[in-house]
Design a protein around this ligand. Structure first.
Ligand SMILES: [Zn+2]
Length: 217
């Protein structure tokens, strides 16, 4: 499914009249380079590795507050251990049970935990159309994050590096202004949305609303 969505995304790049051939080619390469992780990390099914991972974490069933303190401390130590270490692309930033997904530009990677791979987003018994309408949209959303106002600043090798020339960047920014203005008009509880703050999510949502690849029609 990810590859079908990726191919549809790449096909759509050809329709962007404002994009020049070099940027388009680089964008296609970046789309191809995005790695993915699905379900859960391998160590979860290996009792030895699982015990090793949580060796320093003490949890009891009658000390909720202390459990949270221990967990915060455990996570802090784990984060500090990463300083000066090379990026580990196999670590997960979400729990397997989480009903969500993410794209991380620093790893050029999208991740779909097991939690979201169930009804109503996805079910192996669903027709293809429903799975693409539910989970395919999430995949398109995460993929598009690689090219939103923040993701576009990272190249295919996960480096913060300007791979769009300034002319193309200006044309992109002109177009994102429309989203900023459009979403800035929506109100919740009498207050307007901050279209700048939600820009990346709005780009990702609209990027996911692609025409389906012909093989799926
Ligand atoms: Zn998002």
């Amino acid at each position: 499914m990810i590859n079908e969505v990726r191919n549809a995304f790449k096909k759509n790049l050809k329709n962007l009249k404002w994009m020049d051939p070099e940027t388009r080619e680089a964008a296609e390469i970046k789309a191809d380079t995005i790695s993915d992780m699905i379900g859960y990390p391998d160590f979860i099914q290996n009792p030895k590795l699982l015990d090793e991972r949580y060796h320093n974490l003490s949890v009891r069933d009658d000390t909720y507050f202390e459990n949270n303190i221990h967990l915060n401390y455990y996570n802090l130590v784990k984060n500090l251990e990463k300083i000066n270490e090379p990026v580990n692309k196999t670590t997960w930033s979400m729990f397997p049970s989480t009903v969500n997904a993410y794209y991380t530009p620093g790893k050029n990677q999208m991740v779909f935990p097991a939690g979201i791979l169930q009804s109503p987003f996805y079910d192996s018994k669903y027709p293809v159309s429903l799975n693409f309408g539910g989970m395919g949209v999430v995949m398109g959303h995460e993929l598009t994050h690689g090219f939103d106002d923040q993701g576009r600043e990272f190249d295919k090798d996960e480096n913060l590096h300007q791979w769009w020339n300034s002319n193309i960047t200006d044309l992109f920014k002109n177009r994102t202004e429309c989203f900023t203005k459009q979403y800035g008009k929506y109100q919740i509880n009498g207050k307007n949305l901050n279209g700048n703050q939600t820009l990346g999510e709005n780009i990702a949502d609209n990027g996911a609303a692609l025409k389906p690849p012909t093989t799926l029609i």
